[in-house]
Design a protein around this ligand. Structure first.
Ligand SMILES: NC(=O)c1ccc[n+]([C@@H]2O[C@H](COP(=O)([O-])OP(=O)(O)OC[C@H]3O[C@@H](n4cnc5c(N)ncnc54)[C@H](OP(=O)(O)O)[C@@H]3O)[C@@H](O)[C@H]2O)c1
Length: 224
């Protein structure tokens, strides 16, 4: 049985990942900041674990709870769109740093902490949910905290793909499209189910030759 661990699994894309993998018979470990309020995740009947990706103690507690449980697919999905003020002329710097802590450093902290669990898994797939908004070559500007945190995430994930190749770990750097979630808003063109089923196809076809590539949920390569 495939074991999939998902961060930010209580709503949005993370919840849909949990729903689809559970429906396929995978063993899902859904992580969220506040399990007591994660009713939709609990209703799926999956294992729920507390995890704030910015909190080293929370990450350490998750490691203890998992012990040597093998993880086939680790999906670093939790994300934050950033503070109100994040533009060229006005920036909320504390909010900026929080955005980096969630979007850039969070996935690295979780991946490092669970590396041995991933190495013990069959698939050894690390998935980071990034955004096309992290592309410098295809940017219309604005939203500097979010964009730069995802650009940093892309570099970190690319670095992990290079460094952990020797450990057999493959890294997918995936853009989900513009999706109707709390973050994406109601006018986004893609549904969560459409996005996540595309992302799952990309995860299924991930192999050493595609590790470290920046692609969207439909498999199109995105410029850095
Ligand atoms: N929706 C889009 O159009 C779109 C486009 C490109 C990329 N993405 C990326 O896709 C991923 C999922 O986005 P979404 O649209 O599903 O967003 P969402 O609906 O806003 O959900 C964000 C999730 O991240 C969790 N989270 C935030 N900070 C966290 C922390 N410190 N520790 C643990 N969990 C935390 C939230 O938990 P709480 O409920 O506790 O806040 C929530 O579960 C994000 O990485 C996002 O950047 C989304």
């Amino acid at each position: 049985m495939t074991t999939v661990l998902i961060t930010g699994a209580n709503r949005g894309l993370g919840l849909e990942f949990a729903r689809q993998y559970a429906a396929d018979g995978a063993e899902v470990i859904g992580c969220c900041r506040n399990p007591a309020a994660a009713d939709k995740l609990a209703d799926l009947g999956v294992r729920v674990e507390q995890l704030d990706v910015t909190d080293a103690e929370s990450v350490a507690r998750l490691c203890v709870a998992l012990a040597d449980t093998p993880i086939d697919i680790l999906i670093a999905n939790a994300g934050f769109y950033g503070p109100e003020a994040q533009d060229a002329d006005l920036a909320d710097f504390d909010g900026f740093i929080e955005t980096f802590r969630i979007n850039s450093l969070g996935p690295l902290m979780v991946a490092q902490a669970l590396k041995l669990n991933l190495m013990g898994g069959r698939d050894k797939k690390l998935v980071v949910i990034t955004s096309k908004m992290g592309s410098i070559s295809d940017s219309s500007g604005g939203f500097l905290a979010y964009r730069s945190s995802k650009a940093a995430l892309n570099m970190i994930a690319h670095g992990l793909a290079l460094a952990w190749k020797k450990n057999g770990i493959k890294v997918a750097i995936l853009h989900p499209g513009w999706v109707r979630t709390d973050m994406g808003g109601s006018s986004a063109p893609q549904s969560v189910s459409e996005s996540v089923s595309g992302l799952r196809d990309r995860i299924a076809e991930l192999w050493p030759g595609s590790s470290g590539h920046f692609i969207d949920y439909q498999g199109n390569e995105i410029g850095w």
